[in-house]
Ligand binder design. Structure first.
Ligand SMILES: NC(=O)N[C@@H](CC(=O)O)C(=O)O
Ligand SMILES: [Zn+2]
Ligand SMILES: [Zn+2]
Length: 423
């Protein structure tokens, strides 16, 4: 491939020379690597402002670039909450100065994520918010959700719901069933997710406002989303890499590294989630990258916060989950990690583009023979709460380019462009 002026100038077949040879073009030896459109994450927690000990826009987006991402949507549960046009603009301005990938703020649905009063959604959309979510908590009041969905329809945005019924999952810590029995910890039942999703898809259908379901974790939710889509309702859904690979068996050890919302579920749920990605019921993989400091995670399970890292390991984990130890369907991976999320966020003009001449040079390179052993001490994120520590993955992201600028390059294959871009 040849890149010029931030765009793909020519695509050459493997082993077929290096393109145009123009003086200002850069070529790199990528033989044996897989090239994908750079990834788009609908669900990242960057923690800035508020909790910069666990992550900053700079550290989180560096982790994103090393994970193959060109774009992340930054969730609103910062301190202060992203619940005003000023807060949206503040994040856009901070990202312009410090980020290694494009950052798109998510606006809160309710002021302070308190679930009582609608935030100024129209003004936040005008300021650049692409999506609205109270993620971390559920928008429990259906009248507020209806108003938010109406605002989403008016502004061409969408509402992402953290589906967790506050009453049904009130004290929930681990998946209901075997994990709750083995650990003695309070159960977090599938109904706590499914009851909210069933209600909300009806509201999306009634209002015509686009609804996105965050981190789907159960086979029952998959069925509800499938039903909603069959009715033509404006519903999309995401699944996390960890819910595609890990099961609730891991939580039996009560290591808070395995504590996440929603909880890790059963092997049957994992199988249903994989199948739903394959048949299009689930539209996207989203990391729900949730950094937490070592001191906050190094506590008894019940006192530790929910959440795990995701950006740096997402691609290898998804490749493993979908490829069963071999090569996954890379077309499917590109759809669910790049083009699909770009379309949902309204970024399809700039992200998730096909890799052909004339398109932006925005791609990621994957080594399919890396046998990469994840080591939490090498985390690029400011936190290291990965549940994949010590696991070996066949694939590894080795470089990322966004509009011709190198944003990650672990083997220095694309080195010359980094200097040209001043990053
Ligand atoms: N997923 C989590 O377990 N935690 C997230 C919040 C969320 O996504 O619900 C966080 O912000 O830490
Ligand atoms: Zn959530
Ligand atoms: Zn989240």
């Amino acid at each position: 491939m040849t890149v010029q002026g931030g765009r793909i100038a020519a695509v050459t077949a493997p082993g077929n020379g290096s393109g145009t040879g123009a003086a200002d073009a850069t070529t790199a030896d990528c033989d044996g690597l897989i090239m994908l459109p750079a990834l788009v994450d609908l669900h990242t927690h960057l923690r800035e402002p508020g909790d910069t000990a666990s992550e900053t826009i700079a550290s989180g987006t560096r982790a994103a670039a090393h994970g193959g991402y060109s774009d992340v949507l930054a969730m609103a549960n910062c301190v202060p909450v992203t619940d005003s046009p000023e807060r949206v603009r503040h994040i856009i301005e901070r990202a312009a100065r410090t980020a290694s990938c494009r950052v798109h703020p998510v606006g809160a649905v309710t002021k302070g994520l308190a679930g009582r009063e609608l935030a100024p959604l129209d003004a936040m959309a005008a300021a650049g918010a692409l999506m609205f979510s109270d993620d971390g908590v559920c928008v429990d009041d259906p009248t507020l959700l209806v108003q938010a969905l109406e605002a989403a329809r008016r502004t061409g945005t969408l509402v992402a719901q953290h589906a967790q019924c506050p009453r049904l999952a009130e004290r929930g810590q681990v998946n209901a069933g075997a994990a709750a029995h083995a650990t003695g910890l309070p159960p977090w039942p599938a109904t706590g997710e499914e009851a909210i999703v069933a209600r909300d898809v009806v509201l999306a259908g009634a209002t015509g406002g686009r609804l996105h379901i965050c981190h789907v974790s159960t086979a029952g939710t998959v069925e509800i989303v499938r039903w909603a889509k069959s009715r033509g309702w404006p519903v999309t859904a995401e699944v996390t890499p960890h819910h595609l690979l890990l099961t609730d068996l891991l939580t039996h050890d009560t290591d808070p590294l395995h504590k996440v919302n929603p909880p890790l579920r059963s092997a049957e749920d994992v199988a249903a989630l994989r199948a739903a990605l394959g048949d299009g019921t689930i539209d996207a993989v989203a990391t729900d990258h949730a950094p937490h400091t070592a001191s906050s995670k190094d506590r008894h399970w019940c006192e530790a916060p929910f959440g795990m890292l995701g950006l740096e390991t997402a691609l290898p984990v998804v490749a493993e989950a979908l490829g069963a130890g071999g090569e996954p369907d890379w077309g499917l991976v590109a759809t669910v990690m790049s083009a699909g999320p770009a379309r949902i966020a309204g970024l399809a003009d700039v992200a998730g583009r096909p890799l052909r001449a004339g398109e932006p040079a925005t791609f990621t390179l994957v080594d399919p023979r890396a046998d990469w052993r994840v080591d939490r001490t090498e985390s690029i994120s400011a936190s290291d709460n990965t549940p994949f520590h010590g696991m070996t993955f066949r694939h590894r992201v080795v470089a990322t380019m966004v509009e011709g600028c190198v944003t990650a390059d672990i083997d220095h294959r694309l080195g010359s462009r980094r200097r040209a871009c001043g990053r």
